[in-house]
Design a protein around this ligand. Sequence first.
Ligand SMILES: [Fe+2]
Length: 327
Amino acid sequence: MATAGLKVVEAPPEHRSRRKRPRHNRPPIPLRPLHRIWRRTIDEIDMVRVDLPVRRLQPRLSGIVACQISDFHLDRDEDVLRLEQAVRSINRQRPEFVFLTGDYFSGPATMRYYLDPFRRALAELNPAVGVFAIPGNHDHWSSISLIAEALRAAGARILANEHQTVRVRGERLAIVGIDDLWSRRAEPARAFHGLTSEDCTIVLAHNPDTALYTRHLAPGVMLCGHTHGGVVRIPFYGSVINSILRIGKQYYAGLNRYGEFYIYTNRGLGTFWLRIRINCRPEISRFRLNPLAEDQLPHEPPPPREYRRHRRRSHILMERVSRRGRA
Ligand SMILES: [Fe+2]
């Protein structure tokens, strides 16, 4: 496993949220410094610039720009404001592509309330080639049909176990969307059906564990979300939260190699259940695509899968919380 090309850039002031909060929502004076720190950690969006290595990328496509956002979890007005801010920041990057990698809502009640603002915010995205989206587990637990309808109305193409080929600078590129793993809807072979081993693919999959079942299809690169970066991160150590991934907790965030290709995991924009982030701010990923020189890539087998009892427990917990939201 190697981590390469990842540069975290301090977000310029325009990326930072400075909403005025109603006076009656303010905490008591002694708690305000702590409250301000907490707001910053969940509201300030990092623009993370990444040189993204892509297998079989045609040299003429080197340097094209794509942005990714994920895991909006639109549960409150502040989450919609954060999404609108992210959309403005992305448009300033003038990307060719925008990729949306799932968990747009947390549950059906808030989904119904925020579906229109969600559609309006995403309709403002204006990449040169297109917006491509996949479902996350929470989207299936909410209502994927309504969410897909809103995404289409906003001009996004939703890819659930399917792909779309596009021409950029005269070269062919395939965007492959795999449906969600935890909802038992992931069908990588169906998503790749019709593509050949010569095709360059950008694979969208909400859960990084999807790589375990996609590796044999030789993705060009895989873009994921789902983990919120591990929520609480310690420098040089990573997340303190036990792995909810079988593939390993190093895939919680950032650029990581998995065998012959790279996986990028976005930290997401929102929070779920506990509104906590420590050293793990919301993220817009801004990719500059680069061809991966496979002959210079030393052979490295993928890391062994992690098996933890905790993973099963955390999955059950998230389902319980989601069901409570549906009631
Ligand atoms: Fe998720």
